[in-house]
Design a protein around this ligand. Structure first.
Ligand code: ADP
Length: 193
């Protein structure tokens, strides 16, 4: 199973990613978590990453590729992955596709989680009162949604054209979203055998 979760901030990529990884016995690779860990390590690149994340801007593609590629290659060799939040730009998608072609492993499916922006914003503000992520404040949330629409949104068309996109309504309780994703995945030929 090689699956990418494509979703705006607050849609539940992290929650669904963990569940799918457990269900299919593959690794969950969360780009935001990996980058936050690198930021906390306080290396030169880490300080740059922290600044981009705090503003809600995307981390530059080359830094992301350097941070994510080893984990993706290792997981692909180990049987698959649930990629959560990477690729998030067209250049990242091209680089990831080239890498996959070189390794002889292609993405099986992209699950696009969608929900109205006001629902997503409410969830993130609720999370802020518990988890305290520094980028979960109203103006940074608004900026992250704008960045998603402008820079990550085009990946919906990119993967639709490649025939591997499945869109799931994320404006439902988490268990219903999980059930919908699994029902859609079970219709796919690569899981049938
Ligand atoms: P969310 O989807 O709610 O924004 P994430 O943890 O996935 O949460 O991402 C948090 C931040 O990490 C993003 O705002 C961005 O700064 C950075 N980030 C995560 N994934 C990528 C990526 N693929 N490319 C560039 N930046 C990324």
């Amino acid at each position: 199973m090689k699956l990418l979760l494509l979703a705006p901030p607050g849609a539940g990529k992290g929650t669904q990613g963990e569940r799918l990884a457990a269900r299919y016995g593959v690794q969950h690779i969360a780009a935001g978590d990996l980058l936050r860990a690198e930021a906390q390590a306080g290396t030169g690149a880490g300080r740059d990453i922290a600044a981009y994340q705090a503003r809600g801007d995307l981390v530059p593609d080359q830094i992301v590729l350097d941070a994510l590629t080893p984990a993706v290659v290792e997981a692909a060799e180990g049987g698959g992955y649930i990629l959560d939040g990477f690729p998030r730009t067209l250049p990242q998608a091209s680089a990831a596709a080239e890498l996959a072609a070189r390794l002889g492993v292609a993405l099986d499916v992209v699950v696009y989680l969608y929900a109205p922006e006001e629902v997503l914003t409410r969830r993130l503000l609720d999370r802020a009162s518990q988890a305290g992520r520094a980028d979960d404040v109203a103006d940074v949330i608004r900026h992250r949604h704008r960045v998603f629409a402008e820079t990550t949104g085009p990946l919906v068309d990119y993967y639709t054209e490649r025939g591997i996109l499945v869109a799931v309504d994320a404006d439902q309780p988490p268990d219903s979203v999980t059930a919908d994703i699994q029902a859609r995945l079970e219709l796919l030929p690569f899981l049938a055998n």
